[in-house]
Write a protein that binds this ligand. Structure first.
Ligand SMILES: Nc1ncnc2c1ncn2[C@@H]1O[C@H](COP(=O)(O)OP(=O)(O)OP(=O)(O)O)[C@@H](O)[C@H]1O
Ligand SMILES: [Mg+2]
Length: 652
């Protein structure tokens, strides 16, 4: 219920005056009649004219109980008339049920200080009354240097709802709530606050509905299916297999052949390599099917052919043939161009990583990864690669590359049903959840169905913003996540307003019911239209069947057509902010992809581990890039070292 500050102050004055007159005291005070370790019941008398006092005993608000040297703070979760009858013209006795959440003491200077937990329980008959504003301030004061206001308390709107960014990020967080309550908008607000408080952290936002690009035109780089460059050789074997088999169960024989041949293809790669040349394979630097060293599909196919020709492979010939045609089908599928677009294979690992993980950030520390457009059967594999590499980068850069992975609709990738979803995606997200804190990789989970999300991942999220949740099983999950006193907050979950959240966990001093700050329309995800080139067309009017069918059959061509652009330039569609060079032009890509951003300040704390002017890789076929012939040795030691560590990760 909204209370203006003036009204609060007036009430405070009234409470103080009321303490002097027994008549007034009855209106505002109650007395403890029951107390166990965590809860208490207060009996109070509401006068016949209850209009003054009705605000005082209100479900959801905090009250204090005078108890020796401290004031015990209780959260009011239930109120009742014990004899279940309301007398209109006479005073009524009411019972007020509170959960004891902590206590307030005064320090030497007389300032109120709040601490969770109780050193002291209220005695029977102890006086309870509505909390003073100064005490409320003390409860929610947050002295953490990275604390930011995310909104205001529902109980008292002149008190800011403070969240400690560091504590929230380092131990992962979740935003849950039913559809339309404001999760994505809260996330966009959080992103702004995080970028301001921690410019050294890169944010990778997995955006399944392509709705965030318009919210951050100034601080984000948007990558969509036409601008994504995730070379196939960066995929681990299981991820590559997921792509080849398009999400269906793989043929184990074909996987075995790939496991044998991909390392051989990798060893055949003769191009320059960032991070220094490969050492000869030995005991400690075995090249495996997972080692992120480039290889050519042509080499892999040639190896398969060679094997077909060998005598002992007669019985495997069908398997080998099927594998070869499977690979060819993937390479020729225009929807998979984000993996296979490069005509020539070069080692652009440094560029790819620098672009996606924003090292250096150059004023745009956020990467919005638009997943709607990436073929649904391979989205899992792509998410797996992105999350896995985020973790590995932080490990091998010794925490210099810090990344926050924000996973919208997380239940899609890490479902509660262990049989569903893609194992490696689950594993890479779980790894961030379990070990990320040690290396500076964090996770933010956003979901409308917490009960459909892997419970172990949610249990690693130590700060939760729970918005309205109607479903019992979803509420149960959150109930289990709340520890200690404050479980009663769960009762409010079904009745929270839009934009209202209960925040609890490491990121906040004490659980709080809050209203998220108003985000202006431009900052609300999905509001301004995602494609800056395209005007929003009126939803009314006849459907253009021809265009619709074309879009269904050839989404990219249709989009280019709709913009009246020549088809060659499709690769720049949907790019917001920083323009990514067209994949078709990739072989002529010059140096770093991190071109300067107009007017953007130099990066805050994020170091330029990857970006240096060159060396420009010559491709394996000897054609490739022209230009400067700087040696790989010119790269800063950090970048070379990191890339080579990254490559050796699974061999050490
Ligand atoms: N903090 C806010 N400031 C301004 N408007 C808001 C805020 N939160 C929510 N809204 C409004 O509510 C609408 C729905 O919010 P939002 O898209 O964030 O919900 P959601 O929980 O992410 O929904 P879904 O589950 O469908 O993704 C927004 O379009 C916006 O108009
Ligand atoms: Mg949303």
């Amino acid at each position: 219920m909204y209370r203006s500050p003036e009204r609060d102050r007036a009430d405070d004055r009234r409470t103080d005056r009321g303490a002097r007159t027994s008549d007034r005291r009855n209106r505002t005070e109650g007395h403890v009649i029951d107390c166990d370790g965590t809860r208490a019941v207060i009996s109070a008398i509401m006068p016949a004219d209850s209009s003054v006092s009705d605000d005082y005993w209100n479900v959801g608000s905090l009250i204090t109980i005078a108890s020796g040297p401290a004031r015990t703070v209780g959260m009011l979760y239930r109120i009742e008339v014990p004899d279940a009858a309301w007398r209109k013209a006479a005073p009524n006795t009411v019972h007020i049920h509170v959960e004891l959440v902590g206590e307030i003491r005064e320090d030497e200077g007389g300032a109120a200080r709040f601490a969770g937990g109780l050193s002291h329980y209220p005695h029977l008959g102890a006086v309870a009354h509505r909390i003073r504003n100064a005490d409320l301030q003390a409860i929610f004061a947050n002295t953490d240097p990275t604390a930011v206001a995310l909104g205001r308390l529902s109980q008292s709107r002149d008190i800011e709802a403070m969240v400690s960014i560091d504590a929230m990020i380092s131990r992962h967080f979740a935003v849950v709530g039913t559809t339309g309550v404001g999760k994505s908008t809260t996330v966009s607000l959080l992103i702004r606050k995080i970028v301001a408080a921690r410019p050294d952290i890169g944010i990778l936002l997995l955006d399944p509905h392509n709705e965030f690009a318009s919210a951050f035109p100034d601080i984000a780089v948007t990558i969509d299916d036409s601008t994504l460059d995730l070379p196939f050789w960066l995929f681990r074997l299981d991820e590559f297999v997921e792509v080849l088999f398009r999400g269906r169960p793989a043929d184990p024989e074909e996987v075995d052949i790939l496991r044998d041949l991909i390392p051989e293809a990798r060893l055949r790669f003769k191009g320059d390599m960032a991070g220094g040349p490969m050492r000869k394979p030995g005991r400690n630097n075995q090249v495996t099917a997972d080692t992120p060293i480039p290889y050519r599909v042509a080499d892999l196919l040639a190896l398969i052919k060679e094997r077909m020709g060998s005598l002992d492979a007669r019985e495997h010939r069908t398997t080998l043939k099927s594998l070869a045609s499977r690979i060819e089908a993937a390479v020729n599928d225009p929807r998979y161009r984000f993996m296979f677009a490069h005509k020539t294979i070069t080692d652009n690992l440094a560029e790819v990583l620098a672009h996606i993980y924003r090292v250096p950030a150059r004023g745009r520390p956020v990467t919005i990864f638009q997943l709607n457009g990436i073929p649904s059967e391979v989205v899992n594999a792509v998410v797996s690669v992105l999350c896995r590499v985020a973790f590995e980068l932080s490990v091998w850069s010794r925490s210099k590359v810090k990344t926050l992975v924000l996973c919208e609709e997380a239940h899609r990738y890490i479902p509660a049903d262990r049989e569903a979803g893609f194992g490696p995606t689950r594993a890479s997200i779980a790894r961030i959840a379990k070990e990320g804190r040690k290396y500076g990789v964090s996770l933010g989970i956003i979901t409308q169905r917490p009960s459909e999300l892997d419970a172990t991942i949610l249990s690693q999220c130590n700060t939760i913003f729970a918005m309205r949740l109607g479903n019992d099983s979803d509420q149960d999950i959150i109930r289990r996540a709340i520890t200690g006193a404050s479980r009663s907050y769960i009762n409010f979950l079904p009745s929270l307003a839009n934009r209202e959240a209960i925040a609890f966990g490491q990121g906040v001093n004490t659980p709080m019911r809050m209203i998220v700050e108003t985000v202006d329309t431009a900052g609300v995800p999905g509001q301004a239209g995602d494609d800056p080139h395209q005007e929003r067309t009126d939803a009314a009017g006849p459907v253009d069947m021809h265009g619709l069918l074309q879009a269904v059959r050839e989404p990219v061509l249709a989009a280019a057509d709709a913009l009246g652009e020549p088809l060659e330039s499709w690769s720049t569609l949907g790019v917001v902010g920083e323009q990514r060079p067209s994949l078709a032009d990739a072989p002529t890509l010059q140096g770093s992809v991190d071109g300067p951003v107009d007017g953007a300040p130099p990066p805050g704390g994020r170091e330029g581990l990857f970006t240096y002017d060159g060396p420009l890789r010559r491709n394996a076929e000897g054609g490739g890039r022209s230009g400067r012939t700087q040696q790989p040795n010119d790269a800063p030691q950090g970048a070379r070292d990191l890339i080579s560590r990254f490559r050796r990760a699974d061999r050490d």
